[in-house]
Write a new protein. Structure first.
Length: 166
């Protein structure tokens, strides 16, 4: 198992991950603020997601990871399925909502997830699951993966916003 530890110890690392997720949620809010529904739905890069679609994706991925975390916390080494947005009916259903509603759902669920992470013991962070694509998959890895995945999409949101903002 790789050691990504920081000199501050696991409790500080875990608090930093929860804080990072909160900070990134604020970035999503900031990058969508002040734009109307039409601007949020624009595709400034052909065949790439709009800001609205990115918010829907972030919320859906957050749900997937939250369910994985819940499974690892409540079951012994549960099997965790890979995720891809293609053909995901729940992602498609989210797109019928306004971006304002998507953002509200994402932010509300994010705070619940961050509060859950704040409540975990060091042992909880090490609870494992079995994922076919990763040799070592535990709560900490899932949270760090979620944060990195999301950071990539926040970068895309920054690009899209500059292309559609008045």
């Amino acid at each position: 198992m790789p050691d990504y530890s920081e000199p501050d110890g696991p409790d500080v690392q875990h608090a930093r991950l929860a804080a990072r997720l909160r900070d990134q949620a604020n970035d999503v809010r900031r990058l969508t603020s002040g734009l109307d529904e039409e601007a949020l739905a624009l595709h400034p890069i052909p065949e790439k997601w709009s800001l609205k679609e990115l918010v829907a994706h972030l919320w859906r991925v957050q749900e997937v990871f939250e369910s994985r975390i819940e499974a690892m916390l409540t079951r012994n080494k549960p099997a965790l399925a890979p995720y891809g947005p293609d053909g995901d009916l729940e992602f498609e259903a989210k797109l019928a909502s306004t971006c304002e509603d998507l953002l509200a759902g994402f932010l509300g669920d994010r705070e619940e997830l961050a509060a859950l992470l704040d409540s975990l013991s060091p042992g909880d962070w090490r609870r494992r699951g079995i994922h076919p694509e990763y040799r070592h998959y535990d709560v900490r890895f899932a949270v760090e993966y979620l944060a990195c995945h999301e950071a990539h999409h926040i970068y895309q949101m920054l690009q899209r916003r500059e292309m559609v903002a008045p």
